[in-house]
Design a protein around this ligand. Structure first.
Ligand SMILES: NC(=O)c1ccc[n+]([C@@H]2O[C@H](COP(=O)([O-])OP(=O)(O)OC[C@H]3O[C@@H](n4cnc5c(N)ncnc54)[C@H](OP(=O)(O)O)[C@@H]3O)[C@@H](O)[C@H]2O)c1
Length: 336
């Protein structure tokens, strides 16, 4: 895919240049532990635009339409100030959850997203998970139709492996892959980061703060509420947490030595992994929103990056990132 050279300090996302730090909006509807009051979400969104956030990431799944609705009503009339990404493909009804990336389902979902978002185009539309009941080629053909009709600007894939990405890109250019990536989740290093670089696909790192852990917002899983799904994640379980938190304390020490916050160090590490990488930290907290953007152009020295690499990686962290049940829906390569 031919991409334009990004503006200074920005990175390429499809035909746009965006700030390397975008805003993951999931927290505004589905914060770990509960839903944020709408008034707080509205304030966060307005302040985010003022701070220079120009890439907002949402999904139908976040609050089952609540997140798209919040963005739509809050940002109506401001559409030209940000790059809008949303996702489809995961459906939930009561206790039933399924994946459907068929062209028919995608079209219906896209039309509903456009309505909720109060816009006539979505810059980047992702398939939230790989649907192994149909060939990826068929799913991408459905998305390509939406591009042709001007409903979406580009196609994205989430939690996919490099082979799936390559098959998809043979049908239509893929603007972005959004997989989990942070110091403590290195799976994209197996193959996806390289495949993205080769194909001209931007890599969007989700949960770049390790779901808050690399921002030092969790000192003990006991402070997490029982409804917070991190509680079921193996890394947070008592048999792994003590060891993992020991590494996080050392990480916090490096942040202090560098004169930045742990969140700023974690984000700088992600952005150091390639010019084709952007990150979308999530927050429902005004101070954190400001902090995450404040040092987006800071680059740690090579020796600091090397120390971080050695301290926290797939060999040093104990426990899987997802529970067994959640791993069942994942197509992307995983360190076992
Ligand atoms: N494609 C997918 O399947 C997928 C999956 C998960 C997430 N995502 C996307 O990725 C975005 C971010 O992921 P995420 O929310 O899971 O994880 P994250 O960005 O790694 O971490 C978010 C957590 O960190 C805390 N935090 C943020 N900035 C902080 C700071 N400066 N200091 C202290 N704590 C801080 C937040 O709490 P506060 O609210 O208190 O700041 C929140 O608990 C989501 O919003 C969503 O858009 C995509």
């Amino acid at each position: 895919m031919t991409q334009a050279t990004p503006a200074a300090g920005k990175r390429t996302l499809g035909t746009h240049s965006v700030c390397p730090i975008g805003l993951g909006c999931m927290s505004l509807s589905l914060a770990y532990g509960g839903q944020l009051p709408d008034e707080q979400g509205v304030e966060i969104l307005h302040r985010a635009l003022d701070l220079g956030y120009d890439h907002l990431d949402t999904a139908r799944l976040y609050g089952m339409g609540h997140n798209e609705t919040l963005l739509g009503k809050t940002l109506r009339g401001l559409r030209d100030r940000f790059f809008l990404a949303s996702k489809t493909g995961i459906y939930v009804e009561g206790n039933k959850r399924w994946i459907d990336c068929s062209p028919k389902a995608t079209r219906a979902a896209c039309e509903e997203s456009l309505r909720l978002l109060q816009t006539d185009y979505i810059d980047l539309y992702y398939l939230h998970r790989h649907d192994d009941s149909i060939p990826i080629e068929e799913a991408i053909e459905g998305m390509a139709q939406l591009v042709q009709e001007g409903k979406i600007g580009g196609i994205g894939l989430s939690e996919v492996s490099a082979p799936t990405l390559r098959r998809a890109a043979a049908v239509h250019p893929i603007t972005a892959v959004q997989n989990e990536y942070s110091l403590w989740t290195r799976n994209p290093e197996i193959a996806v980061l390289d495949a993205c670089r080769e194909l001209g696909t931007t890599f969007v790192a989700f949960s770049p703060l390790g779901r808050g852990v690399l921002a030092n917002s969790v000192q003990s899983p006991e402070q997490i509420s029982d409804t917070d799904f991190r509680k079921t994640m193996p890394r947070f379980l008592p048999e792994n947490w003590g060891h993992n938190y020991g590494l996080i304390c050392q990480f916090n020490g490096i942040a202090a030595e560098q004169g930045v916050s742990p969140a700023q160090l974690a984000l700088a590490w992600v952005l150091s992994r390639g010019e084709h990488v952007v990150a979308i930290p999530g927050t429902g907290n005004m101070k954190h929103l400001e902090e995450n953007m404040a040092r987006h152009d800071w680059q740690p020295d090579a020796d600091v990056l090397q120390r971080l690499d050695q301290l926290i990686n797939q060999q040093t962290i104990h426990g899987h990132r997802y529970s067994e049940a959640m791993r069942a829906n994942i197509d992307s390569e995983d360190f076992s």
